[in-house]
Write a protein that binds this ligand. Sequence first.
Ligand SMILES: [Zn+2]
Ligand SMILES: [Zn+2]
Length: 275
Amino acid sequence: MLNNDFSILFWGVRGSTPSPNKNTIQFGGNTPCVQIQAGKHLLILDAGTGICQLGKSLIEQKEQIKAHIFISHVHWDHIQGIPFFLPLYEKNHQFIFYGEKKDNTPFSQIIKNIMTPPYFPITWDEIKADCTFYEIYQDKTLHLDDHLTVKTLRLNHPDDALGFRIEFEGKSCCYISDIEHQKTTESQLIQFIKNTDILIYDANFTEEEYIHKKGWGHSTWQNGVKIAKKAYVKKLILFHHDPYRYDEELESIETQAKKIYPNTFAAKEGMHLFL
Ligand SMILES: [Zn+2]
Ligand SMILES: [Zn+2]
């Protein structure tokens, strides 16, 4: 790994709930988890069930792990993999979790509450890795080092969510999962993602489906294409696929989207992009 390498690897691309079956095997059934390598820095965006296999692969590298884990929001599909993220149960690894508090509950408590009987038999006290929690909020800029910056944006979603823009060595990628598009905040979104190299965008619905799903907190591939164009995005990745979307439907959506915005791809488990 060269010091200025910047890459994105998808471990979970499915929204709402895991959906492994013969009709989803090609794109994958794990819920959101995206690994970003920026030079020596490892970032993990969301901890859906995709983080389980990521954890296994990190352990197999037999090196000390340090990762920055950004949680967009704590709906089940974005945190469900945490209790099964094996490196947490080993000493010597270091994890910094970033996310929002809710009302009076600190972010650290929200994460620790996931592992509470009777929902899960192991509590956070049994975690061996060195974990710290860092509260973030909208419109924040974090400098992880002189070359690596993470910016946040409020996304329109039930219980709220954050979008992230990661900038490293003059390149950038944006993670906009779990957003319901709205006219009033579109210009803010476009400003946030402007000129980005890669936009990962919530394409849970089609426009036809969305008519019956207003208020559910998700966007459409058609809207992804529209804002990618407006913001001069270089590559659009359709993400957070509906759990009931079959592989052949996703292929068809990708084909339709490419006709309007050629550099569009439907996210797939194992897809590895280099910036
Ligand atoms: Zn979600
Ligand atoms: Zn959500």
